[in-house]
Design a protein around this ligand. Structure first.
Ligand SMILES: [Zn+2]
Length: 250
């Protein structure tokens, strides 16, 4: 006789796909195991009591049954549903963007608890705080947690101190000094002020970011730099990025 193998996962629903007969395949980002893919039987049926717990972006405690091919949800209990985020297209597009970033950059079954906590904290804060800088901070922090921290303390090419006009080079992995400016034709404009803000976004607790005052042009430059950086590492486009710039305005 085979023992029934169950395990718990504290997770956020990143992606969900109907696969007929009221069943859904969920992609979860869990604290314990990183990204996992599970079958949720019957959850798409209108009568299912699990519907809320398996909705996109829900933070849910799962009890999962280990299966031969695909694990399946045995029980689930929603912890947080972030209703304020779901109330507008901006909130949904920001949450979709973060979920897609985590999904695309992480392999299955590789835990990264700080990344789980960053996603959870940012989802919570997005409902109550000014969203644009939270998204920028999420981008740079998540890239750091995935092993792609940009070099911000010295020139990423020659190691010299950062002086004069600077540029930001995704290919070289960070900020370039005025001498090295030419090594990469595809840079974003940068300056000392932007470098300092990037450091703050990378290092401050997300809950403190509302204290940071950043004017419109600088916000635009930050967005351009980080999107170039993410695209470079991704080698492609994110589906939700276009949606985000249309509905999330950031
Ligand atoms: Zn240099």
């Amino acid at each position: 006789m085979q023992l029934v193998k169950l395990y718990k996962a504290d997770a956020i629903v990143l992606r969900s796909r109907d696969c007929g007969e009221g069943n859904r395949i969920l992609v979860l980002y869990s604290r314990e195991y990183g990204k996992i893919r599970v079958m949720a039987h019957g959850v798409a049926k209108p009568s299912s009591r699990k519907r809320g717990a398996v909705q996109l972006f829900s933070h849910t405690n799962f009890l999962i049954h280990h299966g031969r091919e695909l694990d399946s949800v045995s029980q689930c209990e929603v912890v947080e549903m972030f209703p304020a985020l779901r109330g507008d297209l901006g909130g949904i597009s920001r949450a979709s963007y973060m979920a897609e970033l985590v999904d695309i950059f992480t392999p299955e079954g590789e835990p990264n608890e700080p990344l789980f906590l960053l996603l959870l904290t940012t989802l919570r804060l997005l409902a109550v705080k000014e969203p644009e800088l939270l998204i920028r901070a999420f981008e740079i922090k998540a890239m750091g947690l995935l092993g792609y921290s940009p070099v911000l303390n010295a020139c990423a090419s020659c190691g010299a101190q950062l002086q004069g006009p600077l540029s930001f080079s995704p290919a070289m992995g960070g900020v370039l000094c005025s001498t090295c400016n030419m090594v990469d034709p595809d840079t974003a404009p940068c300056n000392r002020g932007l470098v300092e803000i990037l450091k703050i976004l990378a290092n401050w607790e997300p809950s403190r970011l509302h204290l940071l005052k950043v004017e419109g042009l600088t916000r635009k430059q930050l967005r351009t730099m980080l999107q170039k950086y993410i695209r470079y590492h991704l080698e492609g486009e994110l589906k939700s990025a276009a949606f985000l710039s249309r509905y999330g305005q950031d």
